[in-house]
Design a binder for this molecule. Structure first.
Ligand SMILES: *Cc1c(COP(=O)(O)O)cnc(C)c1O
Length: 350
């Protein structure tokens, strides 16, 4: 007998981007981390943590953090659920809503691969609907699939496109299940789907502090939805999923919107410059609303470039799968990192 359920034995685990040891001399443009440090106010809170906070169990609802979200985003604090990274909340959503053939997990592809992994683990049948080449949302097919849960990442990774709010509205109004809008990259985008949570009881918007707030190592994400929808999710999450450090440091980062916005503005400026520079080298690139670009090099050399850059100490993301295997996803770094990437690409072309 196998140690594992057949579902687990048969599935492929999620493969995260490579994480070199801190301090390794490497230009890391493969997992969409923010090149700037976290808010100085958040670091100040971290340095002055009271030992009492560590001796005791943390608040199961991380209310201090919920209050900070409420102040920053203008949503009631009981419309917020907090997760150990937004990945945990994606997991909680699939566990709470998906099951077998009758309660499917639906999403347009290519997108965040974790949706597939979580469906396989549950197990809940997945329905993958390919985006057309122009990345318009395949609304009719998504409505027809009528998932127990439908995931839409906006801005999407790795394509970088944002989904128009009217498309999301139309989808939400026709689905009887949950519409989960994954806004991991919203801090670099032009608009958010947050207003939809007030319009539709079945809409939940997921956010993370990993990208916009430079806190990927802290593991903190949150989601906003009508309390009716959150009720089922609270039953599924671990009681003490958010540690005391993350609750307090995250709250300080959330209250420092000015710092987060200033860093995001720098990233957006660099994204524009990087796009121009890559185009000059012959790459094809669509508009990105995240902190990364999806770039197609000339003549099918994506995998070759990925390996060659890695040999020079520059990590980018290569997805060996249909529709992406001719492309590289490159995180927008700081000006110096982007410049070194461009110089490496120039030298590889010669
Ligand atoms: C990075 C990312 C997440 C996960 O964020 P964490 O809060 O670090 O777990 C979720 N969804 C998408 C699309 C992402 O790119």
């Amino acid at each position: 007998m196998s140690y594992f359920r057949p579902t687990i034995a048969a599935m492929t685990g999620y493969v995260p981007g490579e994480q070199p040891k801190p301090g390794t001399e490497i230009i890391k443009l493969n997992t969409n981390e923010n090149p700037y440090p976290p808010s100085p106010k958040a670091m100040e809170v971290l340095r002055h943590l009271d030992s009492e906070w560590l001796r005791r169990y943390p608040d199961p609802l991380a209310r201090e953090f919920c209050n900070a979200v409420s102040e920053a985003l203008g949503v009631p604090s009981d419309w917020v659920i907090v997760g150990n990274g937004s990945d945990e909340l994606l997991n909680v959503l699939v566990r709470a809503c998906g099951e077998g053939r009758d309660r499917t997990v639906v999403y347009p592809t290519p997108t965040y691969v974790l949706y597939r992994t979580l469906s396989a683990m549950q197990p809940a049948e997945k329905v993958e609907i390919p985006y057309p080449v122009d990345f318009n949302l395949p609304i009719n097919d998504l409505i027809a699939a009528n998932g127990a849960i439908t995931f839409i990442a906006s801005p999407n990774s790795p394509s970088g496109h944002s989904v128009p709010l009217d498309d999301l509205r139309q989808l939400a109004s026709h689905l009887s299940g949950v519409l989960a809008i994954d806004e991991a990259y919203v801090d670099f985008a032009e608009y958010s789907a947050l207003p939809l949570v007030r319009e539709f009881e079945n809409v939940i918007v997921l956010r993370t502090l990993s990208k916009g707030y430079s806190l990927a190592g802290l593991r903190l994400g949150f989601a906003i939805a009508n309390p009716t929808l959150l009720e089922g999710l609270f039953k599924v999450k671990d009681s003490y999923n958010i540690d005391a450090i993350a609750t307090l440091v995250g709250a300080a980062a959330m209250r420092d919107q000015a710092y987060k916005n200033a860093c995001a503005d720098k990233v957006k400026g660099s994204r524009a410059k990087l796009t121009v520079d890559l185009k000059k080298l012959g790459f094809t690139i669509g508009d990105s609303h995240g902190n990364f670009v999806l770039a197609t090099p000339l003549s099918n050399q994506a995998e070759h470039l990925y390996i060659a850059l890695k040999q020079q100490g520059i990590l980018v993301r290569y997805f060996n799968q249909p529709r992406l295997d001719d492309k590289l996803r490159i995180t927008v770094g700081n000006e110096q990192q982007n410049q070194m990437l461009i110089e490496a690409l120039v030298s590889l072309n010669n």
